[in-house]
Write a protein that binds this ligand. Sequence first.
Ligand SMILES: Cc1cc2nc3c(=O)[nH]c(=O)nc-3n(C[C@H](O)[C@H](O)[C@H](O)COP(=O)(O)OP(=O)(O)OC[C@H]3O[C@@H](n4cnc5c(N)ncnc54)[C@H](O)[C@@H]3O)c2cc1C
Ligand code: FES
Length: 610
Amino acid sequence: MTPWMRKLHKWVGLIIALQFVIWLGSGLIMSVLDHDTVQNQHHRAAVAATPAWPAGVVSPSAVLAGAGRPVQTIQTHWLAQRPVYRLSHMADTWLADARNGQRVTVTPAAVAAIAAADYVGDGRASAPQLLREKTLEARGHAGPIWRVDFADDDATTIYVSGLDGKVLERRNTIWRIFDFVWMLHIMDYTGREDFNNTLLVMAASGGLWIALSGAWLLVTSFRLGEFIPARWRPRRELGVFDADGGKLRSVESHSGDTVYLALGRNGLQLPSNCGGGQSCGLCEVRVRGHAPAPTSADREHLSESRLKLGYRLACNLPVHDDAQIEVAGGAALWTQRTATVASVTAITPFLREIVLAPEHAPGPEFQPGAYLQIHVPGYTLQRHDIAHPDDHRDDWSALDLPGTLASKEAVRRAYSLSMPVEKAGGHLTLLARFSPGRQGRKRLPTGKGSTWLYSLKVGDTVCFSGPFGDFALKPGTQEKVFIGGGAGMAPLRAMVHALLDGGSSERVHFWYGARNLREAPYVEEMAELALRHPNFSWHLVLSDAAEHGSGLIQGLVHDATHAGLLQDHPDIHACEFYLCGPPAMLSATRQLLQRLGVSEEHVAFDDFKI
Ligand SMILES: Cc1cc2nc3c(=O)[nH]c(=O)nc-3n(C[C@H](O)[C@H](O)[C@H](O)COP(=O)(O)OP(=O)(O)OC[C@H]3O[C@@H](n4cnc5c(N)ncnc54)[C@H](O)[C@@H]3O)c2cc1C
Ligand code: FES
């Protein structure tokens, strides 16, 4: 239920977030504004004692008799200095002069006198104006209404009834502000009075739901153990095994810690691009024995078959009792290695080959498809620390990078081997894509890892751990189809070289997608391999329409592979597929293969999430 709830919480929140801010903001403004000022009390005269009712006036019964129409109420009243009777029937009200019983109309002069008597302050009164149209400032009152403005700092306005001369409302600038935010607060944008309108009921219901679901999500995101300091929690033993079942060591954990944290405290840093944030999917371990039910984060990153085998994300796997886990990297996880930068080559404007000479000769575990975790220190770089060849200057200028590029924290980032180690003379070859960080109009920081890698120069020292990963060539001679894009060239290139150098005789196809020729790496190298190896074919697919018609394949790489190879393939189920590239390309290609009925076992892929 939690993932579903989280999604709904997010979208409902997005819809009513603005109203939430308005409620809080308008509530704050209303509570800050002084109530007496809003009511214009500071410009209101004290109520004068009512004069004694004069003798010798017409009696109420005579006034009623002369009214000539039904009357429900009759009251004595003063219109300015004039004694009058105030009569009413239903919604109608009128005045009769107490001295002669004649009907009295409220004149502009009377209105001016009434407004002046009600007001204290230094503002000069304007001439009374009879309102021709209803106004929000005098809403809720029937009959003719007079308006008198006072030229004071508060822009006071007094509204007087044209029926009986009563002061109806006293308004000023502060009241007008209050009234505007009140309108926003109750969401009655026309009448500003209806507290039961549908819009308000809907927004309030949504707001209540957001608060309740937020409380639920907050509670479910904490583990009880997190509230208890580590030293007070019981100790547990975590047995760490390699993938073949060989025991590596036991580490001590506090009950409630995640496996990721427990291993980290003991110097075993699992692969991670997100530092334990449950978003990179690299920290998987296999639980030996009974694995807890997978969480939504596990399901997001691990396939159903791996979940069934007991794989879980270590950063989302709490240790409650003594437990045993298997780590794919084995003993390599404890090892931090160093290497010296042997060469740096800008292959395309934003794909750079970095060759590392490791301090110790790499072992057989450095297989094509494997990746290293590069330890990126915290840094502050100047823009000019990132060198590039002259013919890439325009591409870099277009990025409009800030003068200083910095990352406060040390991070680790995964980079795949892009050449078999033997072929590279024992060197480790990486192909790193620069993450420029800007998306649309919003400026986002450049990638922490790739920025640092792009500042490396020959002779610099690099620390890394690994190799890791299970993206690897399968044994056997089945026909192989490599489909890639972007930095996905790295592991696929290493695999293709390893296959061809190993004398493979099966058909090997490499379909690679780039936006344009300028962004496509190793084009000549691949073309040359295709010339030398009749079983290897190379297909460059460009998505930019501008280069259409130059003899190159134009379109999206998965569509082109389908049209050029898969749709007419005599036995697609006998092929093995190796995929690596940007998330959209990867997902489109996997969906295509699924539609074509290719079994999951025949599809290996590496998701760089970039
Ligand atoms: C198994 C594996 C193998 C890989 N192999 C390779 C490889 O061979 N070559 C390669 O180039 N890459 C590879 N990657 C990807 C690589 O590990 C990094 O993820 C990639 O280089 C980006 O890292 P970064 O530190 O530069 O960017 P990060 O700092 O991680 O940022 C990632 C993106 O988010 C943006 N961003 C940063 N901060 C914010 C913010 N506050 N708000 C919003 N957005 C933000 C950045 O601009 C960037 O675009 C691999 C990944 C995996 C998992
Ligand atoms: S560390 Fe990234 S998902 Fe666990």
